[in-house]
Design a binder for this molecule. Structure first.
Ligand SMILES: Cc1ncc(COP(=O)(O)O)c(C=O)c1O
Length: 377
């Protein structure tokens, strides 16, 4: 990694001046983050002559969220919300944690990451190696699950340090605009995009990339991919095996109006897709990559061959050796030896029908708006 301090002799958390931070940021951004490749994915996900383009964000050093992490920190410093050398505290399932660890090094901030026991051991070790403090909550919130428990813990940590700053990736608009360059790269690589397929967690990358692509194609279709058991698109909260995509809260960055349809994918289907991607295209990743590939492949199969479909693959496989690619884990969770997923079941009303395996719905609702519209009892 090219950073402009000597890690042996300098204090990595020494406050970095605006000019120095800007030049480090410019240099790291140019050399390490962005400029990720696209790869054509075809059979067996799509039929002969059909396919989609995968944007391989796993080529960033920490994954897709290196982009918004650097952007959110830079913007907060520019606004004066984050003072030089002040602590960054955030709730994360891992990917933003990697990006914030990078931003902490670039801009000279200590980073505390609040996560839960599901964090993969390799990630915990790497985050510590990158200098972040990892704080693990031990109990889920009774209704808001692990995510709410993490957010509550962030709140109490912020109360202990009045200079600390929380990026709040769930509602920070800079999490969305941080993906503008990704959209611009896609246009440079593909020239035109008809359909964008994105996993949804905070809603940041689907909103940001869609906004950028719409400047070039106002008729862009956006397809959201969630996990079974996630509340984002109106399903009841259930325990979830898949991490990264999905939520047990309603993140404000989810731009419901832009989605033309949503798919929920189950963990066994995502495992099949991840392992099949590895065996047929070498490029693969984690839960969200598998889920997105499954949906993008189905869209490619069911659309005209010249429909240009772009799918965002948020990360690579390294973090998932103990889960998606681990036979013992997969057997224990009944994720192997399932029928090859061929297509989704279709439902009309996500508020009244529960998705337990790959399911799609052609009308997307914002569950918070529906709830607000209900008369008070
Ligand atoms: C691996 C992975 N995939 C997908 C997502 C969802 O992305 P977004 O938060 O931009 O909706 C996340 C979010 O944490 C993630 O970590």
């Amino acid at each position: 990694m090219t950073v402009s301090y000597n890690p042996i002799t300098s204090d990595p958390f020494a406050a970095v001046s605006a000019t120095e931070a800007t030049s480090r940021h410019a240099s790291l951004s140019r050399q390490l983050v962005g400029g990720t490749p696209v790869l054509r994915i075809s059979e067996p996900f799509a039929g002969a002559g059909h396919g989609f383009w995968a944007k391989l964000e796993g080529f960033n050093p920490g994954g897709m969220k290196d982009r918004p992490a650097l952007h959110m920190v830079e913007r907060a410093r520019a606004r004066g919300d984050l003072a030089p050398g002040a602590q960054i505290v955030e709730s994360t399932s891992g990917t933003l944690g990697l990006g914030l660890a990078l931003a902490g090094i670039v801009f000279g901030h200590p980073v505390t990451l609040v996560t839960d026991p599901g964090l993969e051991p390799i990630l915990r070790q790497m985050l510590a190696a990158y200098g972040a403090h990892v704080d693990i909550v031990t109990e889920p919130h009774p209704t808001g699950g692990w995510q709410q428990a993490r957010r509550d813990r962030v709140r109490s940590l912020l109360q202990l340090d009045d200079t600390a700053w929380c990026p709040d990736q769930y509602s920070n608009p800079d999490n969305v605009t941080g993906y503008n360059p990704l959209g611009v790269e896609l246009i440079a690589q593909l020239r035109h995009v008809d359909v964008l397929v994105c996993s949804v967690g905070t809603g940041g990358h689907s909103a940001g990339v869609a906004h950028a692509l719409r400047q070039f194609n106002p008729d862009l279709e956006v397809v959201g991919v969630d996990t079974v058991g996630s509340t984002i698109f109106g399903q009841p909260a259930q325990s979830r095996v898949m991490r990264g995509l999905g939520s047990s809260i309603y993140p404000r960055n989810v731009d419901y109006d832009q989605f033309s349809e949503v798919h929920w994918v189950g963990p066994a289907e995502a495992v099949w897709a991840c392992r099949t991607l590895a065996a047929t295209h070498y490029a693969t990743g984690g839960w969200s990559v598998g889920a997105v590939a499954l949906v993008a492949g189905w869209l490619a199969r069911t659309r005209l061959a010249d429909t240009r479909i772009a799918a965002i693959f948020p990360d690579g496989p390294a973090r998932y050796y103990g889960t998606v690619y681990n036979d013992e884990y997969c057997r224990a969770h009944h994720l192997l030896d399932v029928p090859v997923p061929t297509g989704p079941r279709t439902i009309d009303d996500p508020l009244n029908e529960v998705a337990t395996s790959w399911t799609r719905c052609g009308s997307v609702v914002d569950p918070t708006r529906i709830r607000r519209a209900e008369p008070a009892s």
